[in-house]
Ligand binder design. Sequence first.
Ligand code: NAP
Length: 287
Amino acid sequence: MQRHQLYIDTPIPPSRSCFLIGHPVGHSLSPLIHRAAYAALGLDWHYGLMDVLEPDLPAVLAGVDGQRIVGANVTIPYKERVFRLLDDCTETARAVGAVNTVFVRNGRRTGHNTDVEGFLSPLRERGATDPRPALIIGAGGAARAVAHALTGVLGWKDVTVAARNEATARALHGVGFTPWDERSSAAFGADLIINTTPIGMHPHEDASPLPADQPFRVEQTVYDLVYAPAETRLLQSASAAGASVIGGLPMLIGQAAAAFRIWTGQEMPLEAVRAALNASDTFGGAR
Ligand code: NAP
């Protein structure tokens, strides 16, 4: 018996599908984002959710044929485990050590990581890609994508990671390490501060990865990958002190837009996607 589930809620099978593979997948915003984009462009495509148990992972991935099932997103807990089940991967996926997007290239199922491009998209939009001292708070999966984006793609040299787990932080390529207890002073000295921990995420909106009395400078940019709420306590404090802030939504949309471009060959209609996210009750009025 197949244990994975494909929720297709369109009355007529669409011409093409993409889906999200993970366990669990129920809270993902990817269907909302991709379906809004398909609708805006009039594409007869569908984006489904696949809640997959590990024994079914090979069969599910084998279904990605680049034709009717064009591609897939991959989320927890399979971002690292899918490598061995794919024919190929991009340099970016290899550098990050995680796959979040699967597509078919020259007949080969290929793993890629669009978190890197998604993270960079709001920095590029602001023209904020010139090297600056940066502090990454946290050393998990998202931090790996952020570290590669800053050091591998942009070539920044002065990037430090503050984490409570020193070994995980030191495993990140091209970055320095700051002990967790010293993150406040390290943050004050950095021009770009990026929170990659879930601290401050719903339902813990009162929490922040930096102290409540953290001083900020107006020259600083504070980037929080948390997207629910859209403006975290960290961003509220930084903004009140005059620093520039970037929330997690632009990255969320940016990583989806990069996958969308690979699968459809078209640009994601960002205004339609933002409107769909605004109309949803996902952020509970926290925007
Ligand atoms: P992850 O792999 O579990 O990594 C989480 C990191 O945060 C780890 O280094 C962990 O440290 C640290 N951490 C967690 N709680 C902590 C605490 N109380 N004190 C100190 N450190 C703590 O998770 P992830 O996949 O990187 O995701 C992290 C966050 O980024 C989530 O909120 C996720 O929603 C968000 N995210 C957003 C986007 C976007 O598109 N906006 C994309 C990816 C991720 P330990 O190893 O010591 O536990």
